[in-house]
Design a protein. Structure first.
Length: 340
């Protein structure tokens, strides 16, 4: 007798979400309901058109169900997992836990955060005290040049581990991580593994995200051009990365010195990859600077570690966010006055 499919709600049907859905569905151990927003019309009518370094060309891929809002869970149809691949923009309402609340069944639904940043689990654990929350750290290059069209040009590697909830059994948390990894890996097209040291993995990825991601967004240069630009790596990228390494070590996560070069050289120069924050600024979308810059800064302040470069990057991204808020009508400015 075959194993029952897990009923999975995927919140965030963009480029990364499309690859996540494809991995889960192709393994045949999951039935995925995808919540799409700006690309809903395209995906619901003709599916995803995917060009993937892992999967090849996949035209017309449709998850089991495509919706444009988060559905209400019911006793007859509780979700086993809710997987979040949305950008984590905590300074723009509504909050993630408010969005997820209708779909969460207390004590049953496992929430998987395939999102960037530090301390992202804390609001979810406070909101859903009896639910397991898993960390997902994704190393992938994917973008959506037009609605429903996804280009994946860097292989999908996913690390899954448990954020510790003091009100939930660690044994159950670890079992949920094992189960999700097995289902996600079943299609054989991805590298997905259990992460026993969530904090280390998140600090390690922050070396890339807090620094290279934000600097590319601020300058408008992709990961190849930022390495070719005069003085950018020496004067900006490398000092910022060393600051993240320093605070991670003070927090108890001994990142090696080599991590700086590893992250700078992660992508071939000629791939000219636009990191996620650069893609967002190009589209005029909000950026997730609070969790990838603000939280490390706050940790550094508590631990007494100076971060002069990161502090400047944080305030530049804060200004970019304010600009986008004004354009979208979330903040207002006094009308201009002409000189007498």
């Amino acid at each position: 007798m075959s194993e029952a499919k897990a009923d999975i709600l995927l919140v965030g049907g963009g480029s990364v979400g499309a690859i996540v859905a494809l991995n889960l569905e192709s393994g045949r151990h999951a039935s995925v309901t995808v919540v799409c927003r700006s690309n809903f019309a395209a995906v619901s009518s003709r599916g995803y058109q995917i060009r993937s370094c892992d999967h090849g060309s996949v035209n017309g891929f449709k998850p089991s169900i495509v919706v444009n809002e988060i559905p209400q869970a019911s006793d007859s149809r509780p979700f086993d997992y809710i997987v979040c691949t949305t950008k984590n923009v905590v300074d723009v309402p509504p909050s993630l836990f408010d969005l997820l609340r209708p779909a969460v069944t207390p004590g049953k639904t496992v929430i998987v955060l395939i999102q960037n940043g530090l301390n992202i689990e804390k609001p979810l654990i406070r909101a859903f005290e009896s639910n397991i929350v898993l960390s997902g750290v994704s190393l992938i290059g994917a973008n959506e040049p037009e609605p429903g069209t996804v280009v994946q040009d860097f292989p999908d590697t996913l690390y899954i581990g448990a954020f510790r909830n003091p009100k939930v059994s660690a044994k159950l948390e670890d079992a949920a991580a094992d189960d999700f990894v097995r289902r996600y890996s079943a299609g054989g097209k991805t590298q997905c593994s259990v992460d026993k040291n969530v904090g280390y993995t998140r600090w390690r990825k922050l070396v890339y995200n807090s620094c290279l991601n934000s600097i590319c967004a601020i300058t408008g240069l992709d990961t190849g051009r930022i390495r070719l630009a005069d003085g950018a790596v020496t004067g900006l990228v490398r000092p910022a990365m060393k600051e993240i390494v320093a605070v991670a070590r003070k927090a108890g996560y001994e990142l090696p010195d080599s991590v700086v070069d590893d992250m700078i050289e992660m992508d071939p120069v000629t791939l000219y990859l636009p990191p996620s924050m650069l893609s967002d600024t190009r589209k005029g979308n909000f950026i997730e600077y609070e969790n990838i810059l603000g939280e490390p800064l706050r940790e550094a302040e508590k631990l007494g570690v100076p971060m002069p470069t990161l502090k400047v990057l944080f305030h530049l991204c804060q200004a970019i966010q304010w600009k986008n808020k004004e354009l979208k009508g979330l903040v207002s400015v006094p009308p201009s006055s002409s000189a007498a």
